[in-house]
Design a protein around this ligand. Structure first.
Ligand code: LR7
Ligand code: MN
Length: 556
């Protein structure tokens, strides 16, 4: 009896301690101001944009009790409570005003409950993953934090192993000692290889069917892994990333990043976070929906191992750091896969202002070599824009790319033009020389009439004798005539098209070519002459229709 009493007291004491810690660690109210996280870094460095919003603290569960909390969470947090029946008994009746009873939109609240519970359930038979972490002279506490968070915040059955690649750090013990932790393996490079070759080495010894890459100074968040493995299990050609939250380099606070960002770049192959395009944002009815991204940041992603191998792993002639994320991203998209960010998965990362390690060949030269290889192999005629944005890259050594070009041929990958048109149409090609064209439909030409009207008329004049009313400048996304631009009057099919003062930020003025048709970017509708006599409108795109076919013919 005494032994029992002591056991009970001990359990009660442990639970009490956890409860106390939990209370103590409860998140404070979110900071209301948005922290400015702009990090002006040098050459090819990643930047967290100024508009990164800190809108809530997602770290609801401190690490020390996370494993306990997770079990309760996944198990019977709600006991035998029947959530569905509870909600179903009081739902908005069809035809009722959704704002009447509660002064908020009840219909949307009910819908979101359904959406969320549907998309936050994962298969019970998800495949397990090999976690690959490469590092060079990582601090012990951040390295251990990465590993501990993985072990404590993932369902154990999903973690097949954690492979550490010590990229020739000064102290071999940094890695070696960690191999005592169950599931953790340590491989040490016998010379400095850089993160790209190190990751390939890790992938080659991994024995799970799914690879998960992490930087060495991360903290994964609750339920970070299941959404990513689920998406890859459903379609092995998907390469998925979490939302990457910010761990402050000053006080290691965990700050949630905005969920409206995706990966982008400029022509110098400089990675940046950017807002998802407005039309995609508006189409999102479900906040858990994956976000298509033109490129991934590079360090934190999940990929099917056989797909990784099939697509040619990485370009192992890239050194130390940089550029491999573009090469991988172009390759995945152009060779039949896709890239996405999953808002339900969050991983914190310590963003830094400078590299704390040396580059044997120098930072700038290494970045140029790596990005030049990416541009030369994947960017086709568009590489000229890379060279104009980074003139110093010309003439710098980048080694042989013969094996990567052979890979591209073997995989039968699409041209970069396809990527530009289908994956990243928002990336503008640098100012083209304005050339005047006529917009021809059959034998007729599109012309302006009066102050803002439009119509089709017989094409008049030749060369310099073309009347101004039939001269158009197609400078994506605008269709211009001097300082006036073609604009829709409303976003719905059948709306008239008119001329108004140009404004590159005006969504009603944004067009792009779609075959021989001209598509309005936001509404997705196409410029349509209706009948040759009627005023032009926008209507559902039907590429075969003569009234939607516009052939720009340059005026010479
Ligand atoms: O020689 C080296 N050997 C290494 O193993 C140099 C670095 N490394 C390791 C290093 O210890 C770290 O774990 O490689 C990893 C990345 O290096 P960081 O953390 O110094 O650089 P970073 O955070 O700026 O790296 C981002 O860009 C890199 C370009 O090559 C890689 O793609 C990184 O994985 C990537 N990190 C992320 O995407 C995390 C989110 C940051 C953003 C945006
Ligand atoms: Mn990093």
């Amino acid at each position: 009896i005494r032994a029992n009493a002591i056991a009970i007291l001990t359990v009660a004491w442990i639970l009490g301690t956890f409860y106390y810690l939990w209370q103590d660690n409860k998140p404070q109210s979110s900071p209301s101001s948005s922290a400015s996280q702009t990090r002006g870094r040098g050459h090819g460095q990643k930047v967290v944009p100024g508009r990164l919003e800190i809108h809530r603290d997602d770290r609801t569960i401190p690490l020390i009790v996370s494993d306990l909390a997770m079990q309760t969470f996944q198990g019977q947090l709600l006991g035998s409570f029947d959530e569905k029946a509870y909600l179903a008994a009081k739902q908005l009746k069809p035809g009722d005003d959704p704002y009447r009873e509660h002064a908020f939109n009840l219909q949307e609240s009910d819908r979101l409950v359904q959406v969320l519970s549907a998309s936050l359930t994962y298969d019970t038979d998800l495949p397990s993953t090999s976690i690959i972490i490469t590092f060079h002279n990582e601090a012990r506490s951040t390295l251990l934090r990465t590993i501990k968070s993985v072990l404590m915040r993932s369902p154990p059955s999903l973690i097949h192993e954690i492979i550490l690649i010590d990229d020739f750090s000064s102290d071999p013990d940094d890695c070696q000692l960690l191999a005592q932790i169950p599931k953790v393996r340590c491989l040490r490079n016998s010379r400095r290889e850089g993160l790209i070759r190190s990751r390939v080495r890790g992938a080659n010894t991994a024995s799970a069917s799914i690879l998960t890459f992490l930087d060495s100074h991360c903290e994964v968040n609750t339920d970070w892994l299941q959404p990513m493995i689920q998406r890859v299990k459903e379609d092995h050609t998907r390469v998925v990333s979490p939302i990457i939250d910010v761990i402050s380099l000053d006080n290691f606070a965990y700050l949630a990043a905005s969920a409206d960002l995706r990966g982008g770049f400029d022509w110098s192959l400089h990675f940046k976070w950017e807002q998802i395009p407005i039309e995609q944002k508006m189409a999102r009815s479900d906040p858990t929906q994956p976000i298509r991204t033109p490129v991934i940041a590079g360090g934190i992603f999940v990929m099917d191992k056989s797909w990784f191998n099939h697509l040619g792993q990485y370009d192992t002639h890239m050194d130390i750091w940089g550029g491999e994320n573009f090469e991988l991203s172009f390759r995945v998209w152009m060779c039949g896969g896709s890239l996405e960010i999953l808002p339900c998965s969050r991983v914190g990362h310590v963003f830094r202002k400078r590299h704390p390690y040396d580059f044997p060949e120098g930072n700038a030269l290494t970045y140029i070599k790596n990005t030049r290889r990416a541009a030369e192999v994947w960017m086709d005629e568009y590489k000229q824009y890379y060279y104009s944005a980074r003139p110093s890259a010309q003439g710098k050594a980048f080694g042989s790319i013969a094996d990567r070009l052979a890979l591209r041929r073997k995989l039968n990958c699409k041209p970069f033009r396809w990527y530009m048109e289908n994956v990243y149409p928002e990336l503008r090609v640098p100012e083209q020389e304005a050339v005047s064209s006529v917009l021809k439909q059959g034998g007729l030409c599109l012309e302006t009439r009066g102050t803002d009207g439009l119509g089709l008329a017989e094409c008049r004049g030749l060369g310099a004798n073309r009347p101004q009313a039939q001269r158009w400048e197609l400078i994506e996304p605008l269709i211009r005539q001097q300082d006036l631009c073609l604009a829709i009057s409303a976003f719905t099919a059948g709306s008239k098209v008119k001329m108004e003062l140009c404004n590159t930020k005006e969504p009603r003025q944004k067009w792009k070519p779609k075959g021989t048709a001209l598509q309005h970017m936001v509404s997705g509708l196409c410029l349509d002459s209706q009948t040759p006599a009627g005023p032009p409108v926008i209507s559902q795109c039907r590429p075969q229709m003569a009234s939607q076919s516009w052939e720009p013919q340059v005026i010479t």
